[in-house]
Design a protein around this ligand. Structure first.
Ligand code: HEM
Length: 308
């Protein structure tokens, strides 16, 4: 019989519904909260049953310090706290977080119902340090007006290969590393650029998301900075980012992505923020600023159920 890969939390590989709710929590007593973790899946199932067609999911993931308290002395090879990334012009701050709840479905009301039920269950031992309600905007566009997700790995096999830990760390197979960052866009300044100037900053055409040719695409375009090769192969991540915001106030992108290692994210961020040593940075960052940043580890379903 073929070896079955360890099952991951379903929200990691699925195609997103258009409504997201992201919660980053700190736990006062990390040991104390661990016995409540197992209850999260049952609560998600109960709320999900209200409308199965809405495809409600909740990925649960943990920061490095939290995992040290609940992981029975075991630690995923690459799990470490997010460190501030600084370049000459821009920086990406590190803001921590013990628990990430990544909720997604087609319905904002179900997401909200689940978030409230989970926070009630976890009780006063957790503090909410970030709550962001995301939505799908137009035809899957970021608020810059560009389609977000074009080069995301498609299909279960490609997404598994990009997002899930495998034989390189067998005790944690089926788990995944997560990067979250909330970006605030300077839309007023962005909208003053011509479409051509915007396209040179993204590296794709605005209307159809066609990649600019190598002769036209600058090395400072966003997609030039995040295309990172290792041994001749491009490193892949699975993105589930969503626009969020207020009509008059902060608006931008809640960036969230899954990968089989944290080093991939560190390389992409170093390249974006001008810390990769080639003197270049991502010129999209002149128009958007990250205000939070954290790394998490999302254990496999089996490992999540075993946390006591
Ligand atoms: C302000 C924040 C960001 C915005 C508005 C943004 C937007 C976009 C857009 C419009 C694309 C092109 C279409 C697509 O392939 O999805 C793209 C591609 C991509 N982005 Fe971002 N992004 C942001 C932050 C990030 C961050 C923080 C990372 C990684 C740490 C990242 C990684 C990628 C990758 C890997 C691709 C695909 C590149 C390729 O293979 O063509 N992005 N992004």
């Amino acid at each position: 019989m073929a070896h079955q890969p360890e099952a991951c939390q379903p929200g990691i590989l699925k195609k997103d519904g258009g409504a997201g709710l992201f919660l980053v929590l700190n736990a006062g007593s990390k040991n104390g909260i661990s016995r409540k973790i197992a209850g999260i899946s049952a609560i998600t199932e109960t709320v999900s049953a209200i409308d199965a067609a809405a495809g409600l999911s909740c990925v649960v993931a943990f920061g490095a310090a939290m995992w040290s308290a609940i992981g029975n002395g075991t630690h995923p090879k690459e799990l470490r706290p997010f460190k501030k990334v600084s370049g000459r012009k821009h920086a990406a701050p590190a803001t921590g977080g013990d628990i990430l709840l990544h909720i997604n479905s087609t319905r904002h009301d179900l997401n909200f119902e689940l978030a409230r039920a989970l926070l009630k269950h976890l009780g006063p031992a957790v503090t909410v340090i970030e709550e962001v309600h995301g939505f799908s905007y137009m035809d899957s566009r970021d608020m810059t007006g560009f389609i977000d997700g074009t080069a995301n790995p498609k299909g279960a096999a490609e997404r598994r290969a990009a997002a899930l830990i495998g034989a390189e760390d067998p005790a944690f197979a089926g788990g995944s590393y997560v990067l979250t960052q909330r970006y605030v866009h300077n839309l007023a300044a962005w909208e003053k650029l011509s479409v051509h100037e915007q396209e040179m900053r993204i590296g794709r055409t605005k209307k159809e998301s066609v990649e600019l040719s190598e002769t036209v695409k600058p090395p400072t375009a966003h997609i030039s900075r995040v295309e990172i090769k290792q041994n001749g192969r491009e490193l892949k991540i699975v993105r589930h980012s969503m626009p969020y915001g207020q009509a008059r106030g902060d608006a931008g992108l809640f960036f969230i992505a899954y990968a089989r290692g944290l080093g991939i994210f560190e390389s992409m961020l170093a390249s974006m923020f001008g810390a990769a040593g080639d003197g270049q940075y991502d010129h999209l960052m002149d128009f958007s600023q990250p205000v939070t940043g954290s790394f998490f580890f999302a254990p496999s379903l089996k490992m999540l159920a075993a946390i006591r």
